[in-house]
Design a protein around this ligand. Structure first.
Ligand code: SF4
Length: 514
């Protein structure tokens, strides 16, 4: 019988969560660097380059890879011969409480505070629990006398794209995946992995899909040795065919959409073929440790030589834009795919701020002083709190499609009851409603790279809260930025690079294979 001290478990969870907030797994960096070297689409290559530069900066600075520091998901495999112990003064906690205690401490770390993203009551006021608890905990009793823990911090953008289907037994999993991946857009911040759970029941398939993403990137080994089982064959087929879709990094069109396909399967009912698919994003964060009763588990820091040297982009030819003195004529000269370096003042706002603005407008009340979007740009972001000399913590873009339904309110002229916004900055594609609004009001939509949050934050030179302070990271801030790198994703005519890019690269890939 092994005795596991509660405190050892809590300390290990805390340490692992801090570790994965700033260290990408080595296998992921290597796979991403391989994709960077192979990439022929310049826009996609630049995006992967930014993710790799950001990754190294985070490892050096011990600050989060992404502003979304995730919902903590933990798989705990407890040996049947394990006993839990605490000292006589401490209350005995159940495993969920032990995990939550580790999460609470990790997210409140003074040197590297992580963003609390969990809201209670998913339907209702959605109040932030402020300590990122509760975690989602899966417990399995296994043979042995150890406790194995697999833990991840899963970003909302990629989790939101999870899919599930009950296929008929003879339906093609490949056909369903290839039909479904393009509907997921770029909000999951590719390149990343797709995790599939096949078989069992509906809920079993979803859990297997999530757990499959905890395995290392090893498709290159399978490509070398060849497939021996139907599942290995399926992995190889999907790897090739998903990349042939041409979606590319950040949905800009390119050769690499996925760096691996992971699959877990189990027996199912003769009438069923449950299939779950969950993507993992550019901020792949997971850790594995085992407790054997000898104390807490702490992972060794990686060597900085694990990160490749990515040449800094030559910015001398990139258009510089002064947002404090911008004209309609200037934004109409921008084309989809143009790279820009933004300087000047921008306002921020995301889901909760947009809802609050709409509620105020609908009630006929006035917006708080200082909330004036006329002729300005909004950045969809929920930053991490700053530490030490930082102006703001990691502050990458959030998925813009969630703000599509507010486009008319935000872009319409003030004289028509709108906010008179000139442009928006976020990540991923815009839906048809937003595209029509952008063209109607001759606005623009710019994208920053999702998963490069620490790098982006270095362009933010000043920050102040303008309104809705009670919303925490969802408050409206005013940022002063200097040379913030963005790409024109939708021009004033409503043409979207997320439509044209993948379409062009799908054809190029097909042509190259002939
Ligand atoms: S990389 Fe993208 S999907 Fe992943 S956590 Fe960051 S913003 Fe969310």
């Amino acid at each position: 019988m092994t005795i596991i001290k509660q405190q050892d478990f809590i300390d290990s969870v805390e340490a692992a969560l801090q570790y994965i907030s700033y260290y990408h797994p080595k296998d992921f960096i290597e796979a991403l660097y391989g994709a960077y070297l192979r990439e022929e689409s310049q826009a996609a290559k630049d995006a992967i380059g930014q993710i790799l530069i950001n990754s190294k900066m985070c490892a050096q600075g011990k600050r989060p890879i992404c502003q979304d520091t995730g919902i903590v998901t933990v798989f705990v495999k407890i040996g049947m011969d394990v006993q839990w112990a605490t000292d006589s003064k401490t209350k005995k906690l159940v495993v969920q409480e032990l995990v939550d205690q580790g999460v609470r401490r990790a997210y409140a770390n003074q040197d590297n505070p992580l963003r609390a993203s969990i809201v209670s009551n998913p339907i209702g006021p959605r109040v932030n629990t402020k300590d990122n608890t509760p975690a989602v905990v899966h417990i399995e009793m296994v043979a042995g006398d150890k406790v194995q823990v697999i833990l991840a911090a899963k970003g909302g953008g990629s989790e939101n794209k999870a899919k599930f289907v009950m296929l008929n037994p003879n339906d093609s999993v490949v056909d369903w995946v290839l039909k479904t991946v393009p509907t997921m857009g770029a909000g999951w911040c590719p390149p990343g992995m797709l995790g599939l759970g096949i078989g069992g029941t509906a809920e079993k398939a979803m859990v297997m899909a999530k757990e499959s993403l905890m395995d290392p990137v090893d498709i290159h080994e399978l490509q070398e040795k060849g497939a021996n089982t139907p599942i290995e064959k399926l992995r190889l087929e999907l790897m090739e065919k998903v990349n042939d879709l041409g979606i590319g990094a950040q949905g800009l069109g390119g050769l690499t959409t996925v760096i691996d396909i992971k699959i877990k399967d189990c027996p199912t009912h003769a009438a069923s073929l449950p299939v779950a698919m969950i993507p993992n994003c550019a901020a792949t964060r997971h850790a594995h440790f085992t407790l054997d009763g000898t104390g807490p588990s702490y992972m060794d820091p990686p060597s900085l030589s694990d990160w490749p040297e990515i040449p800094q982009a030559d910015t001398s030819q990139i258009k510089r834009v002064n947002l404090d003195n911008i004209s309609q004529q200037e934004i109409e000269s921008w084309n989809p795919g143009d790279s820009l370096l933004l300087s000047g003042k921008i306002l921020t706002g995301r889901d909760a701020a947009h809802k609050k603005i709409k509620d105020i407008v609908d009630s006929g009340k006035s917006l708080p002083e200082g909330v004036d979007f006329e002729g300005r740009f909004i950045y969809y972001v929920g930053p991490v709190d700053p530490v030490r000399e930082e102006v703001v913590g990691p502050a990458g873009p959030t998925t813009s499609t969630r703000m599509d339904k507010y486009s008319e309110m935000m872009l319409a002229d003030k004289s028509d009851g709108g906010m008179g916004l000139m442009g928006m900055i976020g990540k991923s594609e815009r839906g048809d409603i937003a595209l029509k609004c952008i063209a109607k009001h001759k606005a623009v939509y710019l994208m920053a790279v999702g998963g490069a949050a620490y790098l982006v934050s270095k362009a933010i030179k000043e920050s102040r809260v303008v309104a809705f302070e009670e919303l925490g990271m969802e408050a409206i801030y005013e940022f002063t930025v200097e040379d913030m790198p963005v790409t024109v994703a939708v021009d004033t005519l409503g043409e979207s690079v997320h439509k044209t890019g993948p379409a062009v690269w799908k054809v190029k890939i097909q042509e190259a294979k002939k």
